[in-house]
Design a protein around this ligand. Structure first.
Ligand code: KG4
Ligand code: ZN
Length: 325
């Protein structure tokens, strides 16, 4: 079995996965959404302190399996430096105590493997990763061949929802709040410009849209908020769809997945599914509970790395907050 730890942002999570069967033996996650909500976003030092309390509490429940563990997997990149270190410090302590190696895991890879929890993997697959920190289009050819083909030039899809919710003082995380508010709104009321609509580049950008929404919120009343939310969600999603259409002209999809916390957005799922129908392509999604950050996805990546013998000694686990795939 492998014990995996995730602490790259504001979720403290530990999982135990059986190597041979890929079965998830144990999985627990403690989210910090309530604690960060009053600030309208994640406060790194607060997140770090909360991990220091939550991770040991979860770990105590894992003690019955300690002597069956073959390795400790831990997210070491990318993420917030002060929160990554909490998980990595715990992994190092366990590695020394139990005398087993560490498997460092890339968080973005984890999101891709959220599709394969307790399942076999599917290749090749084109993956849209939409989270609080990232917006990327990725070609996944095999376990060893994973390439980013487009990324954001500034902010991410999920983060733009967080900021729009913050502008309206609606709390954190903004994704589910804005999605719910958009249900009762008119998505054509405010004509925000779709980012990069004239550009031939296959890339993403959300800073300009965020600014347009900010100006709109400043001159609007609370009664307008649902229309603003709906118009924003429409534009933010239309941007993804326009770029996917462009990309599919040169590389038509067969298996396509959306992963990351924002892949829970129903409107986004529907729009991508509509586009995929034109190509007879299949949409793959992780189970809802594995869309946002969790240790089960880290454990699933770790199985593959374990089978390839990709271990590290505890002295050699770098923390790379800004690392890519
Ligand atoms: O993957 P994740 O849990 O953490 C990161 O790796 O960043 O993603 C969290 C992000 C937040 O920005 C949150 O607002 C967004 O995912 N999110 C959503 C929805 N649910 C979560 N964004 C849009 N619509 C949603 N329903
Ligand atoms: Zn994530």
């Amino acid at each position: 079995m492998i014990l995996s730890i995730e602490s790259s942002c504001d979720d403290s999570s530990i999982a135990i996965t059986e190597i041979k069967t890929k079965k998830l033996i144990y999985h627990k996650k403690i989210s910090q959404e309530i604690e960060h909500s009053r600030y309208g976003g994640v406060v790194p030092e607060l997140a770090s302190r909360l991990h220091a309390e939550a991770l040991p509490a979860i770990l105590r429940e894992c003690e019955p399996w300690f002597y069956e563990l073959k390795a400790i997997a831990v997210t070491n990149e990318p993420g917030l430096g002060v929160t990554l270190i909490e998980g990595v410090a715990m992994a190092k302590a366990l590695s020394i105590t139990l005398d087993i190696p560490i498997i460092p895991v890339n968080h973005l890879k984890g999101h891709i493997y959220s599709l394969f929890i307790e399942k076999e993997s599917i290749f090749p697959m084109t993956v849209l990763l939409v989270s609080g920190g990232h917006t990327q289009l990725i070609e996944v050819e095999s376990h060893e061949s994973i390439h980013t083909v487009a990324t954001t030039m500034d902010d991410s899809y999920g983060e733009s929802f967080d900021k729009v919710a913050k502008m309206m003082a609606l709390g954190y995380p903004g994704g589910p709040i804005i999605e719910k508010l958009a249900h009762s709104g008119d998505n054509k009321r405010f004509a925000f410009t779709v980012p990069l609509w004239q550009s031939p580049l296959i890339a993403f950008s959300y800073s300009g849209l965020k600014n347009q929404v900010r100006l709109c919120v400043e001159s609007a009343s609370v009664d307008d908020y649902s229309d603003i939310a709906a118009s924003f969600q429409y534009t933010a999603t239309e941007h993804l769809i326009q770029k996917l259409k462009k990309y599919f002209k040169t590389r038509p999809p067969k298996h396509f997945a959306i992963v990351g916390g924002a892949s829970a957005n129903i409107y986004l799922r529907e729009q991508v599914d509509l586009l995929l129908q034109k190509y007879n392509a299949q949409l793959h999604l992780a189970e809802l509970r594995y869309c946002s950050d969790n240790a089960a996805m880290i454990g699933r990546v770790a199985i593959e790395q374990y089978l390839r013998g990709e271990f590290s000694a505890y002295q050699r686990i770098p923390i790379n907050p800004r690392c890519k795939l």
